[in-house]
Each structure stands twice: as structure tokens, then as C-alpha cells.
Design a protein around this ligand. Structure first.
Ligand SMILES: [Fe+2]
Length: 461
């Protein structure tokens, strides 16, 4: 690594990239549950070559880690491949990095190449497996080989965090900084029907230009959190950060009925805070509740004057918006005391009243880049259970897979990637979702580590 990057936390420890594409038969301890016929895919940044300039994990080349499970033979295969975006292909051909630290072309020969790295999420919808990164269109890849792919045409930018409506099968999505210009306050709201056809794309102006990592969708409403991680081209032209924590901008949530026009958006207000990820959102009479991982300020991004990021950690928090109230205030209450991230649920209950959630947490130590525990919260009983790994170990986003399509909410399995520090290898743990501290149902061991990444999902076969 170049000077200054040897200590970049985004490129060290288990965030450091790996440099091989492999196919492994995994060692299986225990029994792969019968309901897990299919594949778990996990996406994350893994720069192909030494990055140019200041590297941020949000812009590295995507790499997909695919785990193909066969309960009948109790066997599992692993395959990892870079997402073969135009940017990856151009750099692969050149044998070196051609894009700047923020993913922008730094070589005139690639000025017209889409800089998207498709590195953040991987979603199965409408018969398509899509690697996603915000500010870029979905990149469709072939589920088996994971080597063929193409950017889809969704009419413009997309999100890495679309929601699938469990009733309609629709994919509901948004794009911030919409339109051809960079760093705008324009937001697109879109819907793709269950067959994969884009059926709606509307544009509106937010109170200011904000980096909106994720959003919330209920059965009937969509919510846009415009939080003061601001984007400002004028500031950037002065050599200051294009994206920065700027609490003076205020914090807003736009609420819109899904079947209404964009003119119907109502803006609610709250004290400055930041979220990357909600767990879920749901309606309760005139109220909408959102359980989110709320930070007091945006981590990982500098202040508007260029000073370094503030230390900040997220705690599970409930936002309540009352559509019948005469004020536009958002009520906020902390639900937990753990520093946590990557919340998931039984997604058959996405947008609906629900009982169970799973997330990663820091128990005992406070390294914001390493989570050592998996947590399960049961909102009906208020009970929160944690499974903490050995010192130095870390866990990735836990996903839930139901035991069957008709199983009760939360009856199923949690799949989570664990990095074992002592041996520097990774394993895929399959846990009983209702008893995460019990003996794992199965542990699939890899011969090497899987770098820490972002989001993954299950694709049944
Ligand atoms: Fe995310």
C-alpha cells in the first residue's frame, strides 16, 4: 500500500481486500436445515488494485461472495467473484487503478466509463440478481457463474436499499442527488413491479442535498429521511468536503402515501441525527413507527470545514410520526443500549407490524468498525438476546430465512458470516433464529477469510 494508506482503516484488518477468485467445497459441521435450498450472496468493497487518492470503503469495487447450500447432501460450495462492472473491466485490462479515491475517473481514457462499483448490496427480485450501489443503476449478474453482468436501465440513478413489498411483490426504491448534475437536492421515487418492469419514477426537491443511504416503506406510505449529511458543490469547489456532517441544516422526514403524487409529501422535523439503516417501518392507526439505527452524528464523514469525522455509534431507536397530529415533530425513543448496526427482519413482514429483529452489536468494546456480536430483539416480550464471539472475532450483517413460506414470523434461520481472528479464516454460521445463543444448526468453514462487507440476501432455489 502507498504511504498514508497503510493505516487506512478501510483497507486494514478484515477490511483489507483479498486478491483471488476461488471455488471451494466447504467443510460442514452440523446439519444444513432442509429449508435452506438456495444461495446466500454477500456484497462488499474489495478494490481490484491499489486505490488512487484517499480511499473510502463506500467506493471500492464490489465483490460477491456466494454460498450455495444443498441440504439433501449436507454440502455447500463457495464462489467469490468481482462484480464485472465497466470500471472493473477497464482497470482489469489496464492492470492498474484508473479511478480516483472517490471513484471518479482520474485518467482521461476512462472519462466516459460508468464509475459505479456495484459494491453495497445484492438483491433477488423479478427473476434478476442485482448488485447494487447508490448513485448507480443496478448491475445484473448471473446467479451461478457470477461472471456475466450488465448495468440495467432503470431510467437513472438507483439505491442500494430497495424494499420488496411482501403483498404486491413490488420493488420500491429511490435515488438521491437525482438527475444528471452532481450533488443535487433532487430525489427520485420509483417502483418496479413484481415482473421487473419499472412502472413509476417521479422526482421532487428535498429541503437540501443530503446523502440518503436508505429509506423506509410501509404498507401504504414511503418515508424519506433527509438528514444533515449534506452535499454541496460550492463547498467542494472551495476544496472542502463534498459530503459532510452539517447539523445546522436540520433533519427532516418526508412522508408520502405510496399511491399519491409527489405533491402530497409532508415534511416532519427532528433534531439532527443520522441513520444508515432502518430495521422496519409500520403503520399503527394514524401513526407510523420506524425502528432505525440512529447515530447522534454521521460517522465516517468529515465536518463541513474539513475537520475529521466525529466519533459516533448507532443505537436502536424508534421514530414515531403521527399523521393526525397538528405538529410536524418526530418522536424519538431509544429501544436498546447496545452500539449496533445492520438491522434485519423477517422480510415477509416488511412494512407491516412485526415482532422480531436481528442486528450486529458491539458488546464490551467500542471499535466502530468491528462488531463482535449478533443480537435478536423480540418486541413482544422486550427481550434482547446477544451472541458474542471470541475476542478479536467480528460478524457481518445477519439475514433471516423463514423455515417455510407459511412458518410463523421469526421461525427460521439466521445466516451470518463470522471472521475468526485467531486463525484468520471465516465461517458461515446458521443459527436457530429464535435461539441464537443455542448450538449452531450448522457451521460452514472456509479455508480463508471473507473481508468484512456490507449487505447480503438469500435466493431460494
Ligand atoms: Fe447500507
Amino acid at each position: 500500500m502507498a504511504d498514508g494508506q497503510a493505516i487506512n482503516p478501510h483497507l486494514s484488518g478484515n477490511l483489507a481486500p483479498i486478491h483471488s477468485e476461488d471455488d471451494f467445497d466447504l467443510t460442514v459441521a452440523g446439519r444444513i436445515p432442509d429449508s435452506l435450498h438456495g444461495a446466500y450472496y454477500r456484497n462488499g468493497p474489495n478494490p481490484q488494485f491499489e486505490p488512487r487518492g484517499q480511499y473510502h470503503a463506500f467506493i471500492g469495487d464490489g465483490m460477491i461472495h456466494g454460498f450455495f447450500l444443498d441440504p439433501d447432501s449436507n454440502t455447500a460450495r463457495y464462489r467469490n467473484r468481482w462484480v464485472r462492472t465497466p470500471r472493473w473491466q477497464a482497470e482489469h485490462k489496464a492492470g492498474r487503478s484508473l479511478f480516483g479515491g472517490m471513484g471518479l475517473p482520474s485518467d482521461p481514457s476512462v472519462a466516459n466509463i460508468n464509475p459505479g462499483g456495484a459494491n453495497t448490496n445484492i438483491v433477488w427480485h423479478g427473476g434478476k440478481l442485482m448488485a447494487l450501489q447508490e448513485q448507480s443503476e443496478p448491475f445484473q449478474i448471473d446467479p451461478a457463474g457470477m461472471e456475466k453482468g450488465v448495468f440495467m436501465n432503470t431510467g437513472g440513478k438507483f439505491t442500494a436499499h430497495p424494499k420488496i413489498d411482501p403483498h404486491t411483490g413490488e420493488l420500491v426504491w429511490f435515488a438521491y442527488s437525482a438527475g444528471p448534475q452532481p450533488l443535487t437536492n433532487l430525489i427520485d421515487y420509483g417502483v418496479t413491479d413484481a415482473t421487473g418492469r419499472v412502472v413509476r419514477r417521479d422526482r421532487f426537491a428535498a429541503p437540501f442535498a443530503s446523502m440518503m443511504h436508505d429509506f423506509m416503506v410501509t404498507r401504504n406510505y414511503v418515508l424519506f429521511p433527509v438528514l444533515p449529511l449534506s452535499m454541496d458543490m460550492t463547498r467542494a469547489m472551495k476544496g472542502l468536503p463534498p459530503i459532510a456532517w452539517e447539523p445546522g441544516k436540520g433533519a427532516f422526514v418526508g412522508v408520502m402515501k405510496r399511491n399519491a403524487g409527489i405533491d402530497a409529501i409532508r415534511w416532519f422535523e427532528m433534531d439532527p441525527n443520522y441513520i444508515f439503516h432502518p430495521m422496519n417501518a409500520w403503520e399503527d392507526g394514524s401513526k407510523i413507527h420506524c425502528e432505525v439505527m440512529e447515530y447522534p452524528s454521521a460517522p465516517l464523514f468529515p465536518m463541513a470545514d474539513g475537520s475529521p469525522p466525529q466519533h459516533a455509534e448507532a443505537v436502536l431507536t424508534r421514530w414515531t410520526i403521527d399523521l393526525a397530529a397538528s405538529t410536524n415533530a418526530v418522536k424519538r425513543e431509544k429501544l436498546d443500549d447496545l452500539y449496533a448496526e445492520f438491522p434485519r427482519l423477517d422480510e415477509r413482514f416488511a412494512g407491516l407490524p412485526y415482532r422480531h429483529g436481528w442486528y450486529v452489536a458491539n458488546v464490551g468494546h467500542r471499535n466502530p468498525l468491528i462488531f463482535n456480536s449478533i443480537a435478536h430483539i423480540d418486541y413482544a416480550t422486550g427481550k434482547r438476546t446477544t451472541l458474542t464471539m471470541n475476542p478479536g472475532d467480528s460478524v457481518g450483517e445477519p439475514i433471516f430465512v423463514p423455515r417455510s413460506a407459511t412458518a410463523p414470523e421469526g421461525d427460521g434461520h439466521v445466516i451470518v458470516l463470522v471472521h475468526r481472528a485467531a486463525s484468520n479464516h471465516s465461517e458461515l454460521m446458521i443459527l436457530n433464529a429464535q435461539d441464537i445463543t443455542g448450538a449452531p444448526e450448522a457451521v460452514l468453514k472456509l479455508p480463508r477469510r471473507v473481508p468484512a462487507g456490507f449487505h447480503g440476501n438469500w435466493m431460494p432455489t
